[in-house]
Structure formats: C-alpha cells, structure tokens
Design a protein around this ligand. Structure first.
Ligand code: 3HC
Length: 286
C-alpha cells in the first residue's frame, strides 16, 4: 500500500477536519490514505465525502467521472502500520497534546526521507509537537478551516526549528490543492483562533448575560459585520469542545483574563451539547 508512485499523502484522523483534508487532496489528484482508530469514523467520513461529491455533481460543479475518480483515490486503512510511506502526512486527531505526541512518535517513520510531517492542530504549540519527532526541521503546522472543502485558507505555522525549505514546500503543497496558504509563527492560537475565539467567547458571555437571544446575537453580527454566519452558529459548526480547548490554551499560555472561557461554554460542553456534531449546541440540528 505504498504511495510512492505519483502523488500521495496520508491523513491520520477521519473527524470533521481529517475527512475534509482527505477530500481536497483526493480532488486534486493525490492518492489519499486515511486512518482513524475508530472504524466507524472512517465509514462515516467515506459516506460524507460521497454525499458532498454527489452534491457537486448534481449542481454541475464536477463531472460524475471526476467524482468517481476522487472517491477511488481515497483509501481507508484500518491498521495504521499499513498506511505506507508518503511525502506528506497530515495529523488531524483529537486536540490533546499527549495523544498527538504519542501518534507523531509512531508515524514519523512513515514519512519519506525528505517528506513533511504536518499537524492540523488549531492551538497546540508546533514547537512542542515537533520535539516529539526526530525531524523538527521538517515538521510544520498546516491549519485548515472548517468546512475544509470550501474555506480557502491554510495557516502555515512555522515552529522554532521548522526549516525555510519546509515552509516553502508546504506553501506549494497547499497551493497544489487550490488553497491560499498564509504563513505565521508559533504563538498560542496562531493568528486565526487568537482573533476569532475571543469574539465567539464574548458572544457566549452576551448570551449568558441576557443581552439578546442567540438568534439576535447572530443576526446582529451577520447583518452588521457582513459575517457569513453569526458567532454562535459558527461555534456550533466548529464544535463547542474545540472552542473550549482553544480558549483554555489561549488563557493558560497568554496568561490574560480576557481569554477566560465563558462559564456557559463550559456548561454546554459538560452537557455534551457540542454543536452540529451532537445535533445540539446553541441551536438544534435535528
Ligand atoms: N462541507 C463541505 N461543503 C460545504 C459544507 C460542508 N460542511 N457546508 C457548506 N458547504 C458548501 C456547499 O455545498 C456550497 O457549495 P457550492 O457553492 O459549491 O454549492 C457552499 O459551501 C455554500 O453552502 P450553502 O449555500 O449551503 O451555505 P452558505 O452560503 O451559508 O455557506 C458556509 C456555508 C460556507 C459554512 C458559510 O456560512 C461560511 O463561510 N461560514 C463561516 C465559516 C468559517 O468561518 N469557518 C472557519 C471556522 S474556524 C476554523 O475552522 C479553525 C478551527 O481551528 C477552529
């Protein structure tokens, strides 16, 4: 199952982000090898990608042949040790540093000798994760945005030891799948989440304090700021557990009260009202 012929890559983690990353690389002609420890996650990923490709065909945005070829290029690999060796591996597992560190230690040998090991982490230090590998110069943050097939941005995050060559090649890889990469340095939350999460948190405080109903808060931000969706609906899309994780990293690592997660956000996560993925967040998705 080696992907050494033609373009290949592997993505580890078939959750919201991993499946989106798999889809965009497959659409751009890469043979994609996708692994998740949970078999049901891989099945659900394959099913969702099929549905999105079908929708693109129905809308006349893709030919049926291209959609079928894209699907054929996505290989689900139940056993991680069968993933093969690839010039690019993107890790997109749960936002837990211990889980990521352990995984990175075991997959670094699956990257070709001059290949790139990337993490899609939204807030964990790239420098810290790089230290779990014996190739920190070829380790980098490749931060995609949800929904991955739609959002153009890839935040390319340079760790302390990431080489210039790795940055250059990662930018080229992101461009090869039609994305618009933007480079930044390794600081808590990088740029996107450092700016976005305080806005979402403030919207949750406004809801908690009864300033307005959820729909009104979102309408005000949509109509007044021209945002495509309001901050509460966006939090539901991202996942409230992910928002809480990121705010906790910002709060702890930047050490300022303005990043303190809103108690209502904590309660929602405790209640497993995590947004779209559990069909209940600030809105109901039944
Ligand atoms: N997966 C794939 N494609 C999707 C999708 C999904 N989950 N949701 C919508 N789309 C596609 C639709 O198929 C449609 O495609 P088309 O134009 O080719 O027909 C297109 O997106 C527009 O969809 P809709 O017409 O259904 O709906 P909207 O026009 O309201 O757009 C949206 C939906 C793209 C989600 C838009 O509301 C949006 O851009 N929202 C903001 C998203 C955002 O800010 N994302 C960043 C989150 S932060 C993050 O990810 C970082 C992380 O670290 C937390």
């Amino acid at each position: 199952m080696s992907g050494s012929q033609g373009k290949s890559m592997a993505v580890i983690g078939a959750g919201t982000m991993g499946r989106g990353i798999a889809q965009v690389f497959a659409q751009s002609g890469y043979e994609v090898y996708m692994h998740d420890t949970v078999p049901a996650a891989m099945e659900s990923a394959a099913g969702q990608i099929e549905k999105l490709l079908k929708r693109a065909v129905d809308k006349g945005k893709m030919s049926a042949d291209d959609a079928a070829a894209t699907q054929r290029r996505i290989h689900t690999v139940p056993n991680l040790s069968n993933i093969g060796r690839h010039p690019l591996i993107v890790e997109a597992v749960i936002e837990n540093p211990d889980v990521k560190v352990e995984l990175l230690g075991s997959i670094q040998s699956m990257v070709t000798d001059d290949g790139i090991l990337a993490t899609n982490t939204s807030s964990i230090s790239i420098t810290q994760l790089a230290a779990a590998t014996d190739r920190p110069d070829r380790f980098i943050g490749m931060h995609f945005f949800n929904p991955v097939p739609v959002m153009k941005l890839v935040e390319v995050v340079r760790g302390l030891q990431t080489s210039d060559e790795t940055v250059k090649r990662t930018i080229a890889l992101a461009e090869s799948v039609g994305k618009s990469p933007v480079e930044c340095n390794d600081h808590p939350g990088f740029v996107a989440n450092r700016v976005l999460m305080p806005m979402i948190n403030e919207a949750i405080f406004a809801l908690q304090e009864g300033v307005a109903r959820a729909e009104a808060i979102d309408d005000i931000m949509k109509l007044g700021m021209n945002h495509p969706m309001g901050p509460l609906a966006l939090a539901d899309l991202i996942g409230l557990d992910v928002c809480l994780d990121i705010l906790q990293v910002l709060h702890r690592d930047l050490g300022e009260d303005r990043y303190r997660p809103c108690p209502l956000l904590r309660k929602m996560v405790q209640a497993r009202r995590l947004g779209r993925k559990t069909k209940q967040g600030f809105y109901c998705y039944e």
